[in-house]
Design a protein around this ligand. Sequence first.
Ligand code: GLU
Length: 285
Amino acid sequence: MTKTKRDGGNRGRIAPTPTGYMHLGHARTFLMAQQRAREKGGALVLRVEDLDSARCKPEFTESLIEDLRWAGLEWDEGPDVGGAYGPYDQSQRAGVFIDAWGTLRKAGALFPCECSRKDVQAAVQAPHDEGSELIYPGSCRDRSSAFESEDEARTVNWRFRVPDGETIEFQDGRKGLQLFVAGVDFGDFLVWRKDGIPSYELAVVADDIAMGITEVVRGEDLLLSTARQLLLYRALRETPPTYFHCPLVRDEQGVRLAKRHQSLGLREMRRQGVSPDELLGSGDP
Ligand code: GLU
């Protein structure tokens, strides 16, 4: 019942992080992913991005699956869980990330880094607040290092060396041509944490490749991440998917929805008698 190979067809995915309950913004993005996969006659995969064990909770995974089903989301494959398809859990897929890290390292695309803990801690979560981007100053770029084994090498932090000054461009399915300059809009970014966890950027790319994803649908707050991820695809010598970045859902004050917006949480909307059909149809909240 599981299948994680490229099959030549169109494949989309939804990739929630179980650190809280889902809100209207997630639902709209995921329903868009489903609609686009269906239109192309393709399959949809559910991948739970639960690598950060300190923040991800099994009860949030359970609730998000229940909320997804209520919202009308159906995915087309996954491990057998009592006769239904379960999600793929990133926490069970360490080998995929270790392989991708090894390939990048052998290609000379990475360097070990001893810089700030705060920087490093943030890396495992998708960087939704791009405004606060700090450009890595390059302190460890040329530091020499030797490791006795691959296992030992994975006990330090590793960054991807970006090609300073290069413009990374891509066509977004909704927003058109996007341009970002490496070293200006973003700097050398983390791919591996010394506690053995890949960063968000590496985990997403390694998994999208392993799962044969052909289109990524996600929020437009991850446009800059797409530029970083395209560099990973190139260094890994893999073909990137196409991208479609959805508008963010905001509250009446224009603030992007977050877990604190309880009234626009799917649980609360369901409790108040909102129907799944109304989720997409209601325009702005
Ligand atoms: N787990 C990531 C998030 O919650 C997924 C982002 C992506 O679709 O790449 O934002």
